[in-house]
Structures are given as structure tokens and as C-alpha cells.
Ligand binder design. Structure first.
Ligand SMILES: [Mn+2]
Length: 319
């Protein structure tokens, strides 16, 4: 692992920089990239921002977001690639073959990070990659404009569930205060980021809730969505964000799960828990994540995936 000062020094060297993030980007990945990208661009650095899967509708109001390129790796000149919020190469799957031989800098807060780059900075005590980006900009001595500050605020507030999750620390609040001083106005975007649901997202939530099942002891709750469910609701992957919490937040439930059978024959599983470490279970199934929020993708039919995951969760729960 490298120090933040080493990362800062590396980024300050001349030459172009490509910032990129994981597939199915979330608020932390988009916000962290925009925060770092906009602040570096304002200081005159040659920066290209990239997200293979584009930007979810929910975050498209952020100023500067139109500068984020999607799809393949952009044909711009760059000597370094910075990956943000990515725990392992599978999270970079579509672009990994094009960047694996490039000089990479890995900035992340997942404890399961595989330290896959030439330079790695992983701080699992950071609530969000956005917290690390804030510290990095300080280490680089770059000033924070209102737009970069808003982006980092979105990164931190989404990964902490509006400062509710246990990853929230006094440092998280101190940084949020600095971001507001720099011009972030959460009252202008909180409704859009946290509460507003598209019709498709609402329809797929209804379908997910009607599929809800419980283990005999009531400590595991899970929902199942098929490709047909997604098509009927005209829902996209980003519309599933947060649905798994409806399972986890039921009284007496310890672990909430959502299984999504995809048309390519894989089953995507999202894990949320109150106390136990579900990142361990996700890792057994080929995924990873955080202790209370993790995920994996399994090459199995739906029944097999459900049975396998449930028995792994039961083992951890001791029931
Ligand atoms: Mn994150």
C-alpha cells in the first residue's frame, strides 16, 4: 500500500490521466470521480473521466457530469489510469483488457480490495471513496469549487445512507461541513438523490416486494426478480438500487437479500445485514463488498443460487 502523499505526488506528474470507476456505478463512484476530476481540471491537469456503464439518471443533474465518457476506454492521451471505488478487476470487467497493462492507481475503501494496481491506496475506515478523494485533494493542495464539493457530498451522503450507516464517523461529518463551506447545497439535490423514484423503479419495487420470502426463524428475508419482471416494469439495473433494504429493514430480519436472474444465465445477488459480515458470504460466492453491504454474481440457475446463498448465510448466522 502507498501513502496518500505518494498518490498525490504521482498524480501531480505531467501527462494525461484517465479516471474510471466500477460497472453499475453508484453515487460514491460517480461523485468521487467528478470531485477529483473537476478539481484537477480546474487546476490545469489533463484529465478524462470515464464510466463504462455511463451515469445513472439519478446523478445526471450534477454539474460536469456531461464530461464523463461512457462505453470503451476513450482514445485520449493518458499515461496513468486512476480507478475509484473498485475492489477488484471484475468490477472493471468491460475495460479491464484495455487498461490492465497501463500504469494504474487504485483508490478505494473496500476492505476486500485486491490491491491490483501499481499504486494502491485503500482506507477501509473511510465511509466512502469520496472521503479519500477529499483528503487526496488536500494532499495535492488543490482548492475545491462548489461543483466538485457537491459531487463529493453526493458520494459521501449516498454511501452512508444520509449519514445513517455505521460507517459514518466524526471525520465524515467534518468533511461534510467543509464541503458545505465550499459551496455544496444538499437541500438542492437531496430529494433527487434519495427520494425521487421513476415509475419503472416503483413498478419493479412492487414486484420485488410481492416476491418476498422469509426463513423459518424470520432472520433472513429475500426477494427474487427475473428478467421478465424487469422487462414488464421496463426497469433497468439502476432502478434496483436500495430495494434490498426493504428486506433488511423488516423487524427481526438480520440479513436481507435480492436475487436477480439475468438473461446471460447469471444470478446477481445483493446482501445487506444488520450485524453479521456478509462480505465473507459474498466472497465465497465469488463477490465482495463491505461487511454490511455486499454482492456477487453467480453462474447458476435461480434455484441453485438461492439455495447455495441461503445455506451460506445460515452457516454464518449459526442457524
Ligand atoms: Mn463506495
Amino acid at each position: 500500500m502507498n501513502s496518500l502523499q505518494e498518490i498525490a505526488a504521482e498524480l501531480k506528474k505531467p501527462g494525461g490521466i484517465l479516471l474510471t470507476t466500477h460497472i453499475l456505478p453508484d453515487g460514491d463512484s460517480i461523485g468521487s470521480m467528478l470531485g477529483l476530476g473537476l478539481a484537477m481540471k480546474a487546476a490545469g491537469f489533463m484529465v478524462t473521466m470515464h464510466s463504462a456503464d455511463g451515469v445513472p439518471l439519478r446523478y445526471r443533474f450534477l454539474p460536469g457530469v456531461e464530461q464523463i465518457m461512457s462505453g470503451d476506454v476513450p482514445q485520449t492521451d493518458f499515461t496513468r489510469v486512476v480507478t475509484l471505488d473498485c475492489s477488484d478487476p471484475s468490477r472493471l470487467r468491460p475495460i479491464w483488457p484495455s487498461i490492465r497493462d497501463r500504469f494504474m492507481i487504485n483508490i478505494d475503501h473496500h476492505a476486500t480490495n485486491q490491491l491490483f494496481a501499481a499504486f494502491n491506496y485503500v482506507d477501509a475506515t473511510a465511509a466512502a471513496t469520496g472521503e479519500i478523494v477529499y483528503a487526496l485533494l488536500e494532499a495535492m493542495d488543490l482548492s475545491l469549487g462548489a461543483e466538485a464539493a457537491s459531487a463529493i457530498y453526493v458520494a459521501i451522503s449516498t454511501d452512508t445512507g444520509s449519514f445513517k450507516y455505521e460507517n459514518t464517523t466524526p471525520r465524515t461529518h467534518l468533511i461534510a461541513a467543509r464541503l458545505m463551506e465550499a459551496g455544496a447545497k444538499p437541500q438542492n439535490f437531496s430529494l433527487r438523490v434519495f427520494d425521487l423514484r421513476s415509475r419503472a423503479a416503483t413498478f419493479i419495487l412492487r414486484t420485488a416486494l410481492s416476491s418476498l420470502k422469509f426463513s423459518d426463524d424470520g432472520r433472513i428475508a429475500w426477494m427474487i426478480l427475473t428478467e421478465e419482471d424487469m422487462q414488464r416494469a421496463q426497469a433497468r439495473d439502476e432502478d434496483l438500487e436500495g430495494i434490498v433494504n426493504f428486506a433488511k429493514n423488516i423487524d427481526e430480519v438480520e440479513v436481507g437479500l435480492i436475487f436477480r436472474a439475468k438473461s446471460d444465465g447469471t444470478v446477481k445477488v445483493a446482501f445487506r445485514s444488520r450485524n453479521i459480515d456478509v462480505s465473507k458470504v459474498a466472497e465465497i460466492c465469488g463477490g465482495g463488498g463491505h461487511p454490511r453491504a455486499a454482492g456477487c454474481s453467480m453462474e447458476a440457475d435461480l434455484d441453485t443460487a438461492v439455495n447455495q446463498v441461503l445455506s451460506s448465510v445460515r452457516e454464518v448466522l449459526g442457524c
